[in-house]
Write a protein that binds this ligand. Structure first.
Ligand code: HPA
Ligand code: ZN
Length: 373
């Protein structure tokens, strides 16, 4: 694919305008980042298990330090004086309040190098969290609307994923996620462009504002993706009702449900999900930070496990929600007393529910069995 950096129109959701005099995306070679993003602290009590991370938005891994470093490199003036001021915005009241900041901070992503640096930062941190396979969502429409081309965002991420197993010991797949608050026609257009570019995507997902944007809106998109041989996943039952989960299964023919926690309000649906071994990619810290649940102590995960649901633990947008996969496990253990047995069970679920090859799954399950837990 050819690189085509528009580097213009920063769109309506940008965090700030650009400084014409400063280094910009069109000024040639991207300089090396002067400030490497700091790694979050690894909780000492955590017993790190080999896992597959199945629910991860790469744009949600932009740590505050990296946001500032990329803004500086691209000559973008952020509307925050410093890291503390940015971090003070990480108090969310619901999904939309998070999405507003998440989309605004994407303004710093302008070049392939930016997308590559973000991806490399995630993988290096994820490796420390025990992630051995990751299926990574990218929101192409959120970049196109800012004048950043498909080639720029896809190539930037994919160039790092291509070497992820050698560089980080993490096998990876890329998933193009579509914004459900935009039209199905927009999603279809972008999917056709991705297919025409032969972009290295393994599947499609559905994310962004859930309530009011039900699965029924995207039936043609998912049928097209299936026809093209792509895997299919969708966020459902995060803020939306259990009927959205049912419709994602029946109307979109999804192979996994992202979140799905509200299935617990519908016993018949729980029975169906158990019978179908349907994977639910649960993100406990995300659910607390977006107020889908009041506290971690009240999270439905233990009840979901007790019901026999195929649940895994994921970080969603770790830079925004207080931690990576290891942090999620550590807090589940310390706050709700999740047993080591349940952690291993969910690690195995994550590997089995991935779209990795059977060979890779067997390798990771053997690694999990040998992890001494
Ligand atoms: N939910 C919906 N859309 C998203 C999320 C989420 O948690 N993160 C990034 N886009
Ligand atoms: Zn998500």
């Amino acid at each position: 694919m050819e690189t085509n950096d528009a580097g213009t129109g920063t769109g309506t959701e940008t965090a700030a305008g650009t400084d014409a005099a400063a280094t910009g995306p069109d000024s040639g070679e991207a300089p090396e980042l002067t400030e490497a993003p700091e790694l979050a602290e690894i909780p000492v009590e955590a017993h790190i298990l080999p896992v597959a991370e199945l629910h991860l938005h790469i744009e949600g891994t932009l740590e505050p330090e990296l946001i500032f470093a990329l803004a500086e490199r691209n000559g973008i003036k952020l509307p925050y004086a410093d890291l503390d001021e940015l971090r003070s915005r990480y108090e969310f009241t619901d999904l939309q309040s998070f999405l507003d900041l998440y989309y605004a901070n994407m303004a710093v992503l302008r070049t392939e190098q930016d997308f590559a640096d973000m991806t490399r930062a995630y993988l290096s941190r994820a490796a420390l969290a025990g992630v051995r396979h990751a299926e990574i969502m990218l929101d192409p429409q959120a970049h196109l609307s800012r004048g950043v081309s498909l080639e720029t965002c896809v190539n930037g991420v994919a160039s790092v994923l291509a070497g992820s197993q050698e560089e980080f010991g993490i096998s990876t797949l890329l998933i193009a996620a579509f914004l459900r608050d935009l039209s199905e026609d927009s999603a279809l257009e972008v999917l056709e462009q991705l297919l025409a570019l032969d972009a290295p995507i393994a599947g499609i997902g559905l994310d962004s504002a859930e309530v009011g944007n039900p699965p029924a809106k995207f039936q043609r998109l998912f049928a097209r993706a299936k026809d093209a041989g792509l895997h299919r996943i969708a966020h459902a039952g995060e803020e939306g009702p259990p009927s959205y989960i049912i419709d994602a299964l029946d109307l979109l023919d999804v192979e996994r449900i992202d979140h799905g926690i509200r299935c617990m309000e519908d016993p018949d649906l729980v029975e169906r999900l158990v019978d179908e071994l349907m994977p639910l990619t649960v993100c406990p810290l995300s659910n607390v930070r977006l107020r889908a649940v009041d506290t971690l102590a009240e999270h439905p995960l233990p009840a979901m496990l007790a019901a026999g649901l195929n649940v895994s633990v994921n970080s969603d947008d770790p830079a925004y929600f207080g931690g990576y996969v290891d942090d999620n496990f550590a807090q589940l253990k310390s706050v709700i007393g999740l047993s080591e047995f349940d952690c291993v069970r969910m690690a195995a679920n994550s590997i089995r529910s991935s779209f990795a090859t059977d060979e890779r799954k067997a390798e990771l399950l053997a690694e999990l069995a040998a992890s001494g837990v």
